[in-house]
Design a protein around this ligand. Sequence first.
Ligand code: ZN
Length: 377
Amino acid sequence: MIILKNVTVAGETTDVLIGAGKILAIGSYTVDERLITQTIDGTGKQLIPGLLDGHVHPIGGGGEGGFATRTPPLSAADFLEAGVTTVVGLLGTDGWTRTGIDLLAHLRGYTSQRIRSFLLSGSYAVPPVSITPSIAEDILLINEVIGIGEIAINDHRSTQPTVHELSRLASQARIAGLLKGVRGTMNVHIGDGKRALALLEEVVEMTDIPITQFLPTHINRSERIFEAGLRWAKQGGRIDFTTCTTEAFIKEGEIPAGQALHRALAAGIPLTRITMSSDAGASLPAFDESGKLLRLETGKPTSMLDAVREAVKHGVHFKDAIQTVTSNVAEAYGISGGNIQPGERADLLLIDDALQIDTILAEGHAIMIQKKWLLPK
Ligand code: ZN
């Protein structure tokens, strides 16, 4: 068993007892001292849940510049060092040379390295690609599959689904989700096309599918998409900001996620409707002045905490910013996690005054203690 001593949880200083991969007690407990294998001093540190990253490309995404531009896979360590202990993996533009089976196998590798791993069936395309004969069966038969995505709309790389196709697909995922006990959420990639969220708005208007069935992402891509996203959220929808970015994207009008969070809250959007995800594994092209491709970088999970720190700089409370990368994500997908309470998986981070990670526990196992990395890299 591990004891975290003198940690700050929701403003209170307390001790946390961890065993068998779970939080056993917070505050007072009685335990045979001989069972304690490790005591970690957390004086002055805040204890927060491990982050849930709701939109990542574990086997790489993108590759729209020819086969030489396919982005490489991400390792479990890439996520753990960023404090991410739960991932929702998906395919992107390329659902043909990259497959759901490959993605599932890669995610199971993460699971064996103590990352809680989920999967969205499908890719950008409609009709969707799936592992079993259908999206619904993927959700029902494969434990890790909790929804569908990222289905692309408003993008030249989208397969241009109609309102009916999108409605049919969302209801398939929803019904299978109901049967399984998850939300069957549809993660929707919003490109920078001219219709913004119009197609999704039509689905909600024309059918009885609840607005919360959808999680539109990349809402901070441009001012226009951001404004449409605020309207969507005011109607009760959830919105997701992407934390990976580049100087060039920002120059083109992308709003850094931390800043977008601050602006959305200032505009009166309830905190519970906002999530942030990294889009890690996606390709981030860098161009020179004349528009020539210089290199392709890969989005990193560390951008999640960077965005939290940026939001805090803009005046968002740390606790609120963290909620968008923990419990709000769990809520959006209808999964557990993102809270610190007895019985929960011990996916925990200690955060220092500079909002840097000090200690990482994944499923109760020490990954990093007082900034000392404990796994082989
Ligand atoms: Zn996307």
